[in-house]
Design a protein around this ligand. Sequence first.
Ligand code: GUN
Length: 296
Amino acid sequence: MKLLDGNYCAQQIRLEIATQVASFKAEGRRAPHLAAVLVGNDGASRNYVGMKVRDCEEIGFNSSLLHLNENIAEADLLAKIDELNADNDIDGFIVQLPLPKKIDEKKVILAINPRKDVDGFCPENVGNLCLGFPAFISATPNGIMELLRRYDITTEGKHCVVLGRSNIVGTPMAILLSRNASPGNATVTLAHSRTVNLKEVCRSADILVVAVGKTEFVTADMVKEGAVVIDVGQTRVSDTSRKSGFRNVGDVDFDNVKDKCSFITYVTGGVGPMTRASLLQNTLKAYRQNQGAHYV
Ligand code: GUN
């Protein structure tokens, strides 16, 4: 079993981007600028957004954090988004999900200018991804593709099972794996809560990507010997033995699954850092586009 080290790969990506940022600055240009909108005080969301802002600082990006009250009216949030859309100094921005229940997430996503949608959540970007046109690709699936690429894991002709059909992970993941590209060219099954014989379906996977948000959902009897297992899950569970009072648990029963795998990610240091690195890559792309470079 080999651990897929997302921390290491993400660090490499940050170094690559930092070099480019240094050259922009040396040419007298401003740095790329990412803004993050955080509504409310959910601990996990605060933590994720905090890490995204720290990543920006590390590589020389400008960043802005808009921390809004959880009782903000939907109309006021939409007005903030309009301001960000209009601000030429901001290349891209994200609105951290989930949002408070009384705010319609769909309306918020639709309000984001697709050219600044570095999360790749807008219909225009999802549609372009499906058609194989240039697009901002959702950071988690894009980060997983980068991890597969950097570890030279062959996907062509393989059976990939994606467990979970969310708009931001499972669905774009299935599209990326099936595209005529490298990595890609896989035969993909998108499995979900209504899939019949889920255990057998998972056991037929050469590559299993798990994004169901249920702790230790995938057990050893669901995994083929030699499979590649990618765990997207990260759920906080109470742990009084820790100073923080919690620990993160993945969607895969790592201790019992790991010895069956050729490659596997761990709940920390796996997919999470790659998601953040992908966001930085998308922001760099938005910057280039904003500065007049081709949309690539
Ligand atoms: N919530 C969980 N993952 C993400 C993400 O990648 N982007 C945003 N905006 N919210 C999230």
